[in-house]
Design a binder for this molecule. Structure first.
Ligand SMILES: Nc1ncnc2c1ncn2[C@@H]1O[C@H](COP(=O)(O)OP(=O)(O)OP(=O)(O)O)[C@@H](O)[C@H]1O
Length: 473
Protein backbone atom coordinates (compact mmCIF):
# COMPACT_ATOMS: atom_id res chain seq x y z
CA UNK A 1 0.00 0.00 0.00
CA UNK A 2 1.58 3.22 -1.15
CA UNK A 3 1.03 6.25 1.00
CA UNK A 4 1.87 9.84 0.09
CA UNK A 5 2.14 11.96 3.19
CA UNK A 6 4.31 14.74 1.78
CA UNK A 7 2.17 14.60 -1.32
CA UNK A 8 -1.01 14.99 0.69
CA UNK A 9 0.24 18.16 2.26
CA UNK A 10 1.31 19.35 -1.18
CA UNK A 11 -2.20 18.63 -2.39
CA UNK A 12 -3.68 20.68 0.39
CA UNK A 13 -1.60 23.55 -0.91
CA UNK A 14 -2.51 22.68 -4.44
CA UNK A 15 -6.17 23.04 -3.57
CA UNK A 16 -5.48 26.75 -3.24
CA UNK A 17 -4.65 26.92 -6.89
CA UNK A 18 -7.13 24.31 -8.04
CA UNK A 19 -9.15 27.35 -9.04
CA UNK A 20 -6.63 27.72 -11.87
CA UNK A 21 -7.27 24.14 -12.96
CA UNK A 22 -11.00 24.72 -12.78
CA UNK A 23 -10.86 27.84 -14.93
CA UNK A 24 -8.86 25.95 -17.54
CA UNK A 25 -11.41 23.12 -17.43
CA UNK A 26 -14.26 25.61 -17.80
CA UNK A 27 -12.47 27.22 -20.75
CA UNK A 28 -12.23 23.83 -22.44
CA UNK A 29 -15.84 22.90 -21.68
CA UNK A 30 -17.15 26.22 -22.94
CA UNK A 31 -15.57 25.66 -26.33
CA UNK A 32 -17.34 22.31 -26.65
CA UNK A 33 -20.93 23.01 -25.63
CA UNK A 34 -23.49 25.72 -26.33
CA UNK A 35 -23.57 28.89 -24.26
CA UNK A 36 -27.01 27.93 -22.93
CA UNK A 37 -25.80 24.56 -21.73
CA UNK A 38 -22.77 26.21 -20.21
CA UNK A 39 -24.78 28.76 -18.25
CA UNK A 40 -27.41 26.24 -17.23
CA UNK A 41 -25.10 23.55 -15.97
CA UNK A 42 -21.54 24.70 -15.54
CA UNK A 43 -21.74 28.28 -14.36
CA UNK A 44 -23.34 27.27 -11.02
CA UNK A 45 -20.97 24.39 -10.26
CA UNK A 46 -18.73 24.91 -7.26
CA UNK A 47 -15.15 23.72 -7.51
CA UNK A 48 -14.37 21.86 -4.27
CA UNK A 49 -10.72 21.25 -5.10
CA UNK A 50 -8.52 18.34 -6.09
CA UNK A 51 -8.67 15.48 -3.62
CA UNK A 52 -6.43 12.44 -4.07
CA UNK A 53 -6.04 13.19 -7.75
CA UNK A 54 -9.75 13.66 -8.37
CA UNK A 55 -11.39 16.96 -9.25
CA UNK A 56 -14.37 17.30 -6.92
CA UNK A 57 -17.29 19.37 -8.10
CA UNK A 58 -20.20 20.54 -5.99
CA UNK A 59 -23.62 20.36 -7.63
CA UNK A 60 -26.96 21.42 -6.22
CA UNK A 61 -28.93 18.18 -6.09
CA UNK A 62 -28.89 14.53 -7.03
CA UNK A 63 -30.68 15.28 -10.29
CA UNK A 64 -27.81 17.53 -11.37
CA UNK A 65 -25.32 14.95 -10.12
CA UNK A 66 -26.88 12.28 -12.30
CA UNK A 67 -27.13 14.64 -15.26
CA UNK A 68 -23.44 15.46 -15.00
CA UNK A 69 -22.46 11.82 -14.74
CA UNK A 70 -24.47 10.91 -17.80
CA UNK A 71 -23.84 13.90 -20.02
CA UNK A 72 -20.67 15.69 -19.07
CA UNK A 73 -18.32 13.24 -17.40
CA UNK A 74 -16.47 12.44 -20.59
CA UNK A 75 -16.17 16.09 -21.52
CA UNK A 76 -14.73 16.90 -18.09
CA UNK A 77 -12.30 14.01 -18.35
CA UNK A 78 -11.20 15.23 -21.78
CA UNK A 79 -10.68 18.69 -20.32
CA UNK A 80 -8.46 17.26 -17.57
CA UNK A 81 -6.60 15.16 -20.11
CA UNK A 82 -5.87 18.31 -22.06
CA UNK A 83 -4.23 19.62 -18.87
CA UNK A 84 -2.01 16.56 -18.66
CA UNK A 85 -3.99 14.18 -16.41
CA UNK A 86 -3.07 10.61 -17.35
CA UNK A 87 -6.03 9.03 -15.66
CA UNK A 88 -8.49 11.86 -15.19
CA UNK A 89 -10.94 11.52 -12.36
CA UNK A 90 -13.93 13.68 -11.58
CA UNK A 91 -16.37 13.21 -8.77
CA UNK A 92 -19.52 15.08 -7.81
CA UNK A 93 -20.83 16.03 -4.43
CA UNK A 94 -24.28 17.32 -3.71
CA UNK A 95 -23.90 20.59 -1.85
CA UNK A 96 -25.70 21.19 1.43
CA UNK A 97 -28.89 23.19 0.98
CA UNK A 98 -27.48 26.48 2.33
CA UNK A 99 -24.62 26.56 -0.18
CA UNK A 100 -26.98 25.31 -2.82
CA UNK A 101 -29.39 28.19 -2.25
CA UNK A 102 -26.57 30.64 -2.74
CA UNK A 103 -25.53 29.06 -5.96
CA UNK A 104 -28.63 28.21 -7.88
CA UNK A 105 -32.28 28.87 -8.43
CA UNK A 106 -34.36 26.08 -6.88
CA UNK A 107 -36.15 24.96 -10.04
CA UNK A 108 -34.61 22.30 -12.23
CA UNK A 109 -32.57 23.86 -15.00
CA UNK A 110 -34.42 24.63 -18.24
CA UNK A 111 -33.79 22.33 -21.17
CA UNK A 112 -30.86 23.42 -23.31
CA UNK A 113 -33.15 24.61 -26.11
CA UNK A 114 -34.07 27.90 -24.36
CA UNK A 115 -32.38 30.71 -26.30
CA UNK A 116 -29.76 32.71 -24.41
CA UNK A 117 -30.85 36.22 -23.53
CA UNK A 118 -28.93 38.76 -25.58
CA UNK A 119 -26.75 40.90 -23.35
CA UNK A 120 -27.17 44.65 -23.82
CA UNK A 121 -24.21 46.40 -25.43
CA UNK A 122 -21.76 47.42 -22.70
CA UNK A 123 -21.67 51.05 -21.74
CA UNK A 124 -18.40 52.69 -20.92
CA UNK A 125 -18.96 52.49 -17.18
CA UNK A 126 -19.33 48.72 -17.46
CA UNK A 127 -16.10 48.59 -19.39
CA UNK A 128 -14.22 50.13 -16.54
CA UNK A 129 -11.34 47.93 -15.46
CA UNK A 130 -10.08 47.63 -11.92
CA UNK A 131 -6.47 47.16 -10.99
CA UNK A 132 -5.28 43.59 -10.66
CA UNK A 133 -4.40 43.12 -6.96
CA UNK A 134 -1.43 40.92 -7.87
CA UNK A 135 0.20 43.58 -10.03
CA UNK A 136 2.09 45.51 -7.36
CA UNK A 137 5.70 46.65 -7.06
CA UNK A 138 6.25 44.07 -4.27
CA UNK A 139 5.26 41.28 -6.64
CA UNK A 140 7.44 42.53 -9.45
CA UNK A 141 10.82 40.80 -9.79
CA UNK A 142 13.45 43.25 -10.98
CA UNK A 143 16.15 41.96 -13.32
CA UNK A 144 18.49 43.34 -15.96
CA UNK A 145 15.68 42.98 -18.51
CA UNK A 146 13.30 45.38 -16.80
CA UNK A 147 15.25 47.47 -14.28
CA UNK A 148 15.02 50.69 -16.26
CA UNK A 149 11.29 50.39 -16.80
CA UNK A 150 10.88 49.51 -13.12
CA UNK A 151 12.95 52.50 -11.97
CA UNK A 152 11.01 54.84 -14.25
CA UNK A 153 7.67 53.47 -13.02
CA UNK A 154 8.76 53.94 -9.42
CA UNK A 155 9.90 57.50 -10.11
CA UNK A 156 6.56 58.27 -11.71
CA UNK A 157 4.69 56.67 -8.80
CA UNK A 158 6.59 58.88 -6.37
CA UNK A 159 6.21 62.12 -8.35
CA UNK A 160 3.19 61.71 -10.63
CA UNK A 161 2.93 64.33 -13.34
CA UNK A 162 6.44 65.56 -12.59
CA UNK A 163 9.08 62.89 -13.20
CA UNK A 164 8.35 61.66 -16.70
CA UNK A 165 5.15 62.49 -18.51
CA UNK A 166 4.07 60.48 -20.36
CA UNK A 167 5.90 57.32 -19.41
CA UNK A 168 5.92 55.06 -22.45
CA UNK A 169 6.72 51.38 -21.79
CA UNK A 170 7.12 49.01 -24.69
CA UNK A 171 8.05 45.36 -25.12
CA UNK A 172 6.82 42.01 -26.42
CA UNK A 173 3.71 40.30 -25.09
CA UNK A 174 3.59 38.97 -21.56
CA UNK A 175 6.67 40.73 -20.23
CA UNK A 176 5.13 42.82 -17.47
CA UNK A 177 4.03 46.12 -19.02
CA UNK A 178 0.52 45.94 -17.61
CA UNK A 179 1.91 44.74 -14.28
CA UNK A 180 4.13 47.82 -13.97
CA UNK A 181 1.32 50.20 -14.94
CA UNK A 182 -1.00 48.73 -12.33
CA UNK A 183 1.81 48.89 -9.77
CA UNK A 184 1.96 52.65 -10.23
CA UNK A 185 -1.82 52.79 -9.80
CA UNK A 186 -1.72 50.76 -6.57
CA UNK A 187 1.14 52.84 -5.21
CA UNK A 188 -0.67 56.08 -5.90
CA UNK A 189 -3.96 54.89 -4.43
CA UNK A 190 -2.21 53.66 -1.30
CA UNK A 191 -0.57 56.99 -0.70
CA UNK A 192 -3.46 59.13 -1.87
CA UNK A 193 -6.70 57.15 -1.57
CA UNK A 194 -8.73 60.07 -2.93
CA UNK A 195 -6.93 60.15 -6.29
CA UNK A 196 -8.63 58.90 -9.42
CA UNK A 197 -6.83 56.19 -11.33
CA UNK A 198 -8.17 54.93 -14.64
CA UNK A 199 -6.80 51.86 -16.39
CA UNK A 200 -8.08 51.21 -19.87
CA UNK A 201 -7.02 49.19 -22.88
CA UNK A 202 -6.94 51.07 -26.16
CA UNK A 203 -9.66 48.73 -27.35
CA UNK A 204 -11.93 49.69 -24.45
CA UNK A 205 -11.17 53.35 -24.97
CA UNK A 206 -12.23 52.97 -28.60
CA UNK A 207 -15.40 51.06 -27.67
CA UNK A 208 -16.28 53.62 -25.01
CA UNK A 209 -15.90 56.33 -27.58
CA UNK A 210 -18.09 54.53 -30.11
CA UNK A 211 -20.77 53.95 -27.47
CA UNK A 212 -20.57 57.53 -26.26
CA UNK A 213 -21.04 58.83 -29.80
CA UNK A 214 -23.91 56.43 -30.41
CA UNK A 215 -25.66 57.23 -27.13
CA UNK A 216 -24.96 60.93 -27.34
CA UNK A 217 -22.90 60.82 -24.15
CA UNK A 218 -19.72 62.56 -25.21
CA UNK A 219 -19.77 64.91 -22.23
CA UNK A 220 -19.73 61.98 -19.80
CA UNK A 221 -17.03 60.31 -21.84
CA UNK A 222 -14.81 63.39 -21.71
CA UNK A 223 -15.49 63.99 -18.03
CA UNK A 224 -14.53 60.48 -17.26
CA UNK A 225 -11.18 60.47 -19.01
CA UNK A 226 -10.17 64.04 -18.48
CA UNK A 227 -10.80 64.18 -14.74
CA UNK A 228 -8.41 61.47 -13.64
CA UNK A 229 -5.12 61.88 -11.81
CA UNK A 230 -3.48 58.89 -13.44
CA UNK A 231 -4.43 57.48 -16.82
CA UNK A 232 -3.03 54.08 -17.76
CA UNK A 233 -3.58 53.07 -21.37
CA UNK A 234 -2.58 49.59 -22.50
CA UNK A 235 -1.67 48.52 -26.03
CA UNK A 236 -1.60 52.01 -27.46
CA UNK A 237 -0.34 50.57 -30.78
CA UNK A 238 -4.00 49.75 -31.49
CA UNK A 239 -4.64 53.47 -32.04
CA UNK A 240 -3.01 52.98 -35.44
CA UNK A 241 -5.42 53.68 -38.26
CA UNK A 242 -8.30 54.81 -35.97
CA UNK A 243 -8.53 58.49 -36.84
CA UNK A 244 -11.53 59.45 -34.70
CA UNK A 245 -10.08 57.67 -31.66
CA UNK A 246 -6.71 59.33 -32.21
CA UNK A 247 -8.39 62.72 -32.39
CA UNK A 248 -10.24 62.13 -29.12
CA UNK A 249 -7.19 60.68 -27.43
CA UNK A 250 -5.15 63.70 -28.53
CA UNK A 251 -7.54 66.00 -26.66
CA UNK A 252 -7.66 63.72 -23.63
CA UNK A 253 -3.87 63.68 -23.56
CA UNK A 254 -3.62 67.47 -23.80
CA UNK A 255 -6.20 68.07 -21.09
CA UNK A 256 -4.40 65.77 -18.67
CA UNK A 257 -0.93 66.92 -19.57
CA UNK A 258 -1.78 70.59 -19.14
CA UNK A 259 -3.17 69.82 -15.70
CA UNK A 260 0.02 67.92 -14.74
CA UNK A 261 -1.81 64.62 -14.53
CA UNK A 262 0.25 61.51 -15.10
CA UNK A 263 -0.15 59.41 -18.24
CA UNK A 264 1.41 55.97 -18.73
CA UNK A 265 1.18 54.20 -22.05
CA UNK A 266 2.16 50.67 -23.01
CA UNK A 267 2.81 49.31 -26.47
CA UNK A 268 4.43 46.39 -28.20
CA UNK A 269 6.74 48.81 -30.08
CA UNK A 270 8.21 52.29 -29.68
CA UNK A 271 6.17 55.30 -30.96
CA UNK A 272 8.32 55.72 -34.04
CA UNK A 273 7.34 52.22 -35.21
CA UNK A 274 3.59 52.67 -34.82
CA UNK A 275 2.39 53.09 -38.37
CA UNK A 276 -0.42 55.46 -39.27
CA UNK A 277 -0.16 57.29 -35.98
CA UNK A 278 -0.69 61.02 -36.36
CA UNK A 279 2.57 62.97 -36.10
CA UNK A 280 1.22 65.18 -33.31
CA UNK A 281 0.40 62.14 -31.17
CA UNK A 282 3.69 60.46 -31.91
CA UNK A 283 5.62 63.53 -30.86
CA UNK A 284 3.60 63.78 -27.64
CA UNK A 285 4.35 60.16 -26.83
CA UNK A 286 8.02 61.05 -27.12
CA UNK A 287 7.83 64.05 -24.76
CA UNK A 288 8.39 62.03 -21.61
CA UNK A 289 10.43 58.88 -21.18
CA UNK A 290 10.42 55.86 -23.46
CA UNK A 291 11.63 52.67 -21.85
CA UNK A 292 11.51 49.03 -22.88
CA UNK A 293 11.23 45.63 -21.22
CA UNK A 294 13.18 42.72 -22.65
CA UNK A 295 12.75 38.97 -22.18
CA UNK A 296 13.98 37.89 -18.73
CA UNK A 297 17.19 35.92 -18.41
CA UNK A 298 17.38 32.60 -16.62
CA UNK A 299 17.94 33.87 -13.05
CA UNK A 300 15.05 36.32 -13.30
CA UNK A 301 12.80 33.58 -14.65
CA UNK A 302 13.64 31.32 -11.71
CA UNK A 303 13.03 34.20 -9.29
CA UNK A 304 9.62 34.92 -10.88
CA UNK A 305 8.63 31.25 -10.60
CA UNK A 306 9.77 31.14 -6.99
CA UNK A 307 7.74 34.19 -6.14
CA UNK A 308 4.71 32.77 -7.88
CA UNK A 309 5.00 29.46 -6.04
CA UNK A 310 5.33 31.28 -2.71
CA UNK A 311 2.44 33.53 -3.58
CA UNK A 312 0.25 30.46 -4.18
CA UNK A 313 1.78 28.68 -1.16
CA UNK A 314 3.04 25.77 -3.24
CA UNK A 315 6.10 24.02 -1.91
CA UNK A 316 7.91 23.06 -5.07
CA UNK A 317 11.59 22.05 -5.21
CA UNK A 318 14.08 24.54 -6.64
CA UNK A 319 15.30 22.10 -9.28
CA UNK A 320 11.77 21.78 -10.68
CA UNK A 321 11.50 25.57 -10.94
CA UNK A 322 14.87 25.58 -12.70
CA UNK A 323 13.66 23.02 -15.21
CA UNK A 324 10.59 25.12 -15.99
CA UNK A 325 12.72 28.26 -16.30
CA UNK A 326 14.96 26.49 -18.81
CA UNK A 327 11.96 25.34 -20.78
CA UNK A 328 10.11 28.65 -21.14
CA UNK A 329 12.43 31.43 -22.14
CA UNK A 330 10.66 34.42 -23.59
CA UNK A 331 7.22 35.16 -22.18
CA UNK A 332 6.43 35.49 -18.47
CA UNK A 333 2.76 34.73 -18.95
CA UNK A 334 3.77 31.43 -20.53
CA UNK A 335 6.26 30.84 -17.74
CA UNK A 336 3.48 31.18 -15.17
CA UNK A 337 1.25 28.97 -17.32
CA UNK A 338 3.96 26.29 -17.37
CA UNK A 339 4.19 26.36 -13.56
CA UNK A 340 0.42 25.96 -13.28
CA UNK A 341 0.54 23.10 -15.75
CA UNK A 342 3.14 21.27 -13.67
CA UNK A 343 1.14 21.82 -10.49
CA UNK A 344 -2.07 20.66 -12.18
CA UNK A 345 -0.32 17.61 -13.64
CA UNK A 346 1.17 16.52 -10.34
CA UNK A 347 -2.05 17.08 -8.43
CA UNK A 348 -4.31 15.39 -11.00
CA UNK A 349 -2.02 12.39 -11.31
CA UNK A 350 -1.38 12.25 -7.59
CA UNK A 351 2.42 12.28 -7.90
CA UNK A 352 4.92 14.44 -6.02
CA UNK A 353 6.81 17.21 -7.81
CA UNK A 354 9.99 16.12 -9.51
CA UNK A 355 11.91 17.17 -12.57
CA UNK A 356 10.73 14.09 -14.45
CA UNK A 357 7.12 14.90 -13.61
CA UNK A 358 7.61 18.52 -14.71
CA UNK A 359 9.25 17.46 -17.98
CA UNK A 360 6.35 15.12 -18.63
CA UNK A 361 3.77 17.79 -17.80
CA UNK A 362 5.35 20.20 -20.24
CA UNK A 363 6.17 17.72 -22.98
CA UNK A 364 2.91 18.30 -24.87
CA UNK A 365 3.47 22.02 -25.01
CA UNK A 366 7.23 22.41 -25.31
CA UNK A 367 9.97 20.36 -26.91
CA UNK A 368 10.72 17.44 -24.56
CA UNK A 369 13.81 17.89 -22.43
CA UNK A 370 16.28 15.22 -21.44
CA UNK A 371 16.11 15.02 -17.65
CA UNK A 372 19.18 13.94 -15.77
CA UNK A 373 18.17 12.30 -12.50
CA UNK A 374 19.80 13.80 -9.39
CA UNK A 375 20.33 12.11 -6.00
CA UNK A 376 17.92 14.56 -4.38
CA UNK A 377 15.17 13.65 -6.89
CA UNK A 378 15.47 9.98 -5.98
CA UNK A 379 15.52 10.71 -2.26
CA UNK A 380 12.35 12.82 -2.50
CA UNK A 381 10.48 10.21 -4.49
CA UNK A 382 11.49 7.42 -2.14
CA UNK A 383 10.49 9.56 0.83
CA UNK A 384 7.04 10.13 -0.66
CA UNK A 385 6.68 6.45 -1.49
CA UNK A 386 7.67 5.28 1.96
CA UNK A 387 5.77 8.05 3.67
CA UNK A 388 8.63 9.56 5.65
CA UNK A 389 10.56 12.83 5.47
CA UNK A 390 13.75 12.81 3.34
CA UNK A 391 15.85 13.86 6.35
CA UNK A 392 14.77 10.77 8.27
CA UNK A 393 15.97 8.56 5.42
CA UNK A 394 19.30 10.35 5.38
CA UNK A 395 19.53 10.31 9.18
CA UNK A 396 20.89 7.69 11.54
CA UNK A 397 17.62 5.93 12.46
CA UNK A 398 17.75 2.12 12.62
CA UNK A 399 14.03 1.36 12.55
CA UNK A 400 13.38 -1.38 9.98
CA UNK A 401 11.17 0.73 7.65
CA UNK A 402 13.67 3.59 7.63
CA UNK A 403 16.58 1.27 6.87
CA UNK A 404 14.65 -0.29 4.00
CA UNK A 405 13.76 3.12 2.50
CA UNK A 406 17.42 4.19 2.82
CA UNK A 407 18.59 1.04 1.07
CA UNK A 408 16.07 1.47 -1.75
CA UNK A 409 17.15 5.09 -2.22
CA UNK A 410 20.81 4.06 -2.45
CA UNK A 411 19.98 1.22 -4.81
CA UNK A 412 18.02 3.48 -7.17
CA UNK A 413 20.58 6.28 -7.04
CA UNK A 414 23.25 3.80 -8.09
CA UNK A 415 21.05 2.57 -10.93
CA UNK A 416 19.71 5.89 -12.21
CA UNK A 417 22.63 8.30 -11.77
CA UNK A 418 26.35 8.30 -12.59
CA UNK A 419 27.40 8.79 -8.99
CA UNK A 420 30.09 6.54 -7.55
CA UNK A 421 29.62 4.48 -4.39
CA UNK A 422 31.72 6.90 -2.27
CA UNK A 423 29.66 9.85 -3.57
CA UNK A 424 26.41 8.10 -2.71
CA UNK A 425 27.83 7.19 0.67
CA UNK A 426 28.76 10.81 1.31
CA UNK A 427 25.25 11.96 0.37
CA UNK A 428 23.90 9.69 3.13
CA UNK A 429 26.74 10.42 5.57
CA UNK A 430 28.04 6.85 5.28
CA UNK A 431 30.93 5.06 3.61
CA UNK A 432 30.89 3.20 0.32
CA UNK A 433 30.75 -0.27 1.88
CA UNK A 434 27.39 0.56 3.48
CA UNK A 435 26.07 1.52 0.05
CA UNK A 436 27.40 -1.72 -1.43
CA UNK A 437 25.65 -3.65 1.28
CA UNK A 438 22.39 -1.72 0.62
CA UNK A 439 22.54 -2.50 -3.08
CA UNK A 440 23.09 -6.21 -2.61
CA UNK A 441 20.38 -6.34 0.06
CA UNK A 442 17.77 -4.74 -2.24
CA UNK A 443 18.88 -6.89 -5.22
CA UNK A 444 18.43 -9.97 -3.06
CA UNK A 445 14.94 -8.96 -1.90
CA UNK A 446 13.76 -8.05 -5.38
CA UNK A 447 11.67 -10.84 -6.81
CA UNK A 448 11.09 -12.34 -3.35
CA UNK A 449 9.26 -9.45 -1.75
CA UNK A 450 6.50 -8.50 -4.18
CA UNK A 451 5.52 -5.30 -2.37
CA UNK A 452 9.09 -4.05 -2.41
CA UNK A 453 9.56 -5.08 -6.06
CA UNK A 454 6.42 -3.18 -7.08
CA UNK A 455 7.50 -0.09 -5.14
CA UNK A 456 10.97 -0.09 -6.72
CA UNK A 457 9.52 -0.59 -10.20
CA UNK A 458 7.07 2.24 -9.71
CA UNK A 459 9.80 4.55 -8.45
CA UNK A 460 12.06 3.63 -11.34
CA UNK A 461 9.36 4.45 -13.87
CA UNK A 462 8.55 7.73 -12.18
CA UNK A 463 12.18 8.76 -12.11
CA UNK A 464 12.49 8.05 -15.79
CA UNK A 465 9.39 10.12 -16.45
CA UNK A 466 7.38 7.14 -17.69
CA UNK A 467 3.84 6.89 -16.52
CA UNK A 468 2.14 3.71 -15.46
CA UNK A 469 0.34 3.28 -18.75
CA UNK A 470 3.59 3.44 -20.73
CA UNK A 471 5.15 0.69 -18.75
CA UNK A 472 2.08 -1.50 -18.74
CA UNK A 473 1.86 -1.35 -22.50
N1 LIG B 1 9.06 41.11 -13.44
C1 LIG B 1 7.99 40.40 -13.14
N2 LIG B 1 7.86 39.86 -11.92
C2 LIG B 1 6.79 39.10 -11.62
N3 LIG B 1 5.78 38.82 -12.46
C3 LIG B 1 5.87 39.34 -13.68
C4 LIG B 1 6.96 40.16 -14.09
N4 LIG B 1 6.76 40.53 -15.36
C5 LIG B 1 5.60 39.98 -15.74
N5 LIG B 1 5.05 39.27 -14.75
C6 LIG B 1 3.80 38.51 -14.79
O1 LIG B 1 3.64 38.02 -16.11
C7 LIG B 1 2.28 38.07 -16.52
C8 LIG B 1 2.16 38.88 -17.80
O2 LIG B 1 2.47 40.25 -17.52
P1 LIG B 1 1.68 41.48 -18.17
O3 LIG B 1 0.25 41.14 -18.39
O4 LIG B 1 2.00 42.68 -17.37
O5 LIG B 1 2.41 41.50 -19.60
P2 LIG B 1 2.26 42.56 -20.75
O6 LIG B 1 3.63 42.93 -21.12
O7 LIG B 1 1.33 43.66 -20.35
O8 LIG B 1 1.61 41.67 -21.88
P3 LIG B 1 0.60 42.08 -23.08
O9 LIG B 1 1.42 42.84 -24.05
O10 LIG B 1 0.17 40.75 -23.59
O11 LIG B 1 -0.51 42.88 -22.47
C9 LIG B 1 1.52 38.68 -15.36
O12 LIG B 1 0.94 37.65 -14.59
C10 LIG B 1 2.59 39.40 -14.54
O13 LIG B 1 2.28 39.45 -13.18
Amino acid sequence: MVCWLPLKSALREVRLISQEIWSDVLGYVRKNITEVEYHTWFAPVKNLGVQDGSLVLGVRNSFAQEWFRKNYLKLLEDALRSLGAQDPQVSFQVLPAAQDALLLPSDPPPPPSVPAPRAPAPTFTENRKVLNPKYTFENFVVGPNNNLAHAAALAVAESPGKAYNPLFIYGDVGLGKTHLMHAVGHYMLERFPGKRVEYVSTESFTNDLINAIRDDKMTQFRNRYRSVDLLLVDDIQFLAGKERTQEEFFHTFNALYENHKQIILSSDRPPKDIQTLEGRLRSRFEWGLITDIQSPEYETRVAILKMNAEHNRIDIPQEVLELIARQVTSNIRELEGALMRVVAFSSLNNVPFSRAVAAKALSNVFAPQEVKVEMMDVLRQVAAQFNMPPDVIRGSGRVREVVQARQVAQYLIRELTDHSLPEIGQFFGRDHSTVMHAISKVSEQMGKDSELTAAVDLLRRRMKGQDDEDSDA
